[in-house]
Design a protein. Structure first.
Length: 594
């Protein structure tokens, strides 16, 4: 009788925020890093702490780690000595934090309404009433904002932050309930208590994940420093491997792209090691974007594993079929790797080849591929279900896979998705879903939660993939970042700035400190987040925000180089106008379903 094996399941949560801080002035221009910190990053840690039998991979982008640390430091300095808070929304809770300028007051009110109406605003009656009243102050013309008092804006800001608190914070911190019960008329002492709660959560995040790693429950991995799409940084032509006719930027390629890709990977290791005290073994490349050159680069830096999306594997298996030997079988002399026979190569939609680990010919780095269906269920569907029902459905689907693969010990189901943006669409920040999911999976006799590094350490055999077609987890290609007019224009502006950087470095006019600052600023400009938002399908307000921030980062790069920013940076790149699912912050893996 064939022995039945528990099915390995890896839950991989990617934690990332783009660089919202102006690296010259120091101001954090958007609040999303600390808001997700007090809501999602803390909840995700507490759920794991509360279920010791569970395991997961948590991936951090280095720019997020740096911002989390900065917020923790500035909150501590403010509470100790009254040092200014370098975000305008957070500063509304500080003494004298309500601005006097009418335009700034209007911006403050608008900022405190940027929350999920159903899940965050409607949940709390006082917040709902304040939000409804705020709309009367925001009528066209702007005159009504003068009737919004300081007390009103403070109350609105307090409720904004209470609503953004993670469910585990609301349940676990006794200081929260009195603030909720008060309802209105918050005074300076109440605001200080709320700032202390925020400071305590922010200061706990990195230590919490370090402890989870130290216990062996969590594997921590990293993304290249600025969250760049490495295959495109290395070679624009990588976009045409999955989309042969896609239009490319006017510039033939990103200047010095290979060196810049190496810089991002090397810097990521440095930042990660500084925060967690260890060197990462695995890498979730930004947006699961991979190419053969990217995987070689990661292996050169000593990474053991990387991961990408299901569509990348499907494209790669299709391209590999002509290269596969139909008679290939398990190489008895090499327990580490075997080649996927052509007869096993799955047709589109079939799952068989998905739940394996792969290597490229002559390489050691293992590549895992995400189960798109399960990942999208968590990201887009289960938020509409009761938490227990959603967890039961997820477990049932994994049970079906376990039954199909019970005789094969070399199978793993990889569920990989954003660890922050999905939860605001769930009731109670997905508290009941996540709690039930971890408990059911951790206690299941035929399912074993694990990590990618543990799969490798246990000797899980890899299949050889003759060819990798470059792409990302989004649709299996790079259309999210290149190919449209606005996206290509953004690349051309970046190429111009990189050429200026190269020229100034060659001229030797910068001292070592100034050159390091410019190099870091360039890394921020090379991030993927800017082109993600450029496109008519995205909301106009969000596109305008990211457009302005990207051009600001580019202008700061020129200033750090000692040069005047070009006039082209004064012109918007894209305009948007769409209404995508989940506001565009998340995408489904398949274009037809988006």
């Amino acid at each position: 009788m064939t022995e039945a094996h528990p099915l390995r399941v890896v839950l991989c949560w990617h934690m990332h925020q783009p660089q919202y801080q102006d690296l010259i002035g120091g101001e954090h221009l958007e609040p999303w890093t600390y808001l997700h910190g007090i809501k999602d990053y803390v909840d995700m840690a507490v759920h794991l702490e509360s279920c010791p039998g569970a395991a997961a991979v948590v991936n951090f982008s280095p720019v997020l780690l740096e911002q989390l640390a900065d917020f923790s430091q500035q909150l501590g300095a403010h509470l100790r000595s009254g040092a200014p808070l370098r975000n305008r929304v957070l500063a509304l809770l500080a003494p004298g934090g309500v601005p006097r300028d009418p335009l700034e007051r209007e911006r403050a009110v608008r900022a405190c309404l940027r929350a999920n109406r159903e899940r965050l605003i409607e949940r709390f009656a006082p917040y709902r009433e304040l939000a409804d009243l705020a709309q009367t102050f925001l009528r066209p013309g702007g005159a009504a904002i003068g009737y919004a008092s300081d007390d009103f804006i403070v109350d609105l800001a307090v409720w904004y932050h209470i609503a953004w608190l993670g469910e585990t914070v609301r349940l676990g911190d006794p200081r929260v309930e009195p603030l909720i019960e008060r309802g209105r008329h918050y005074e300076a002492a109440h605001c200080r208590v709320l700032l202390e709660i925020v400071a305590d959560v922010m200061g706990s995040l990195i230590p919490r994940y370090r402890r989870l790693f130290g216990s062996g429950q969590v594997e921590l991995s990293v993304t290249p420093y600025g969250h760049p799409i490495v295959p495109l940084v290395v070679d624009f032509a990588a976009a045409r491997e999955a989309l042969p006719g896609v239009p490319l930027p006017e510039t033939p390629g990103y200047p010095g792209g290979v060196d810049r890709a190496r810089w991002h990977v090397g810097r990521a290791i440095q930042v990660f090691s500084a925060h967690f005290g260890v060197r990462p073994q695995g890498c979730w490349p930004s947006e699961g974007s991979v190419s053969e050159a990217t995987l070689q680069l990661l292996e050169d830096f000593g990474f053991e594993w990387a991961a990408s999306g299901e569509a990348v594997l499907r494209n790669s298996l299709a391209a590999s079929r002509p290269l596969l030997n139909p008679a290939a079988a398990l190489n008895a002399g090499d327990a580490r790797s075997h080649t996927l026979p052509a007869a096993e190569a799955p047709a589109p939609g079939a799952p068989d080849g998905l739940h394996c680990v792969y290597t490229l010919p002559g390489r050691d780095l293992r590549c895992f591929f995400r189960h798109d269906g399960l990942s999208d269920l968590i990201g887009f569907t289960y938020s509409k279900w009761h938490g227990d029902d959603a967890a039961a459905n997820l477990v049932h689907r994994i049970e079906e896979l376990q039954q199909a693969f019970a005789s094969d010990p070399d199978r793993v189901v990889a569920v990989i998705l954003d660890g922050e943006n999905a939860w605001e669409y769930f009731p109670f920040n997905a508290y009941f879903f996540l709690k039930a999911m971890y408990q059911r999976l951790a206690e299941h006799p035929r399912i074993r939660l694990t990590t990618f590094s543990r799969c490798i350490a246990e000797g899980m055999r890899a299949r050889e993939l003759p060819r990798l077609v470059a792409g990302s987890w989004v649709y299996g290609n790079f259309s999210t970042w290149i190919g449209q007019v606005g996206k290509n224009r953004a690349w051309d502006l970046l190429c111009e700035a990189k050429s200026a950087f190269d020229r100034v470095v060659v001229e030797g006019t910068l001292d070592e400190q100034a050159q390091r600052a410019a190099e870091r600023q360039l890394g921020i400009c090379e991030g993927s987040d800017w082109c993600w938002w450029f496109g008519d399908e995205n909301p106009a307000e969000v596109v305008a925000s990211f457009d302005a921030l990207y051009r600001r980062h580019l202008a700061n790069l020129y200033r750090l180089l000692g040069e005047e920013p070009p006039e082209s940076l004064a012109q918007p790149i894209a305009h948007g106008g769409g209404a995508p699912e989940h506001g565009g912050a998340m995408k489904r893996s398949a274009e037809a379903a988006a």
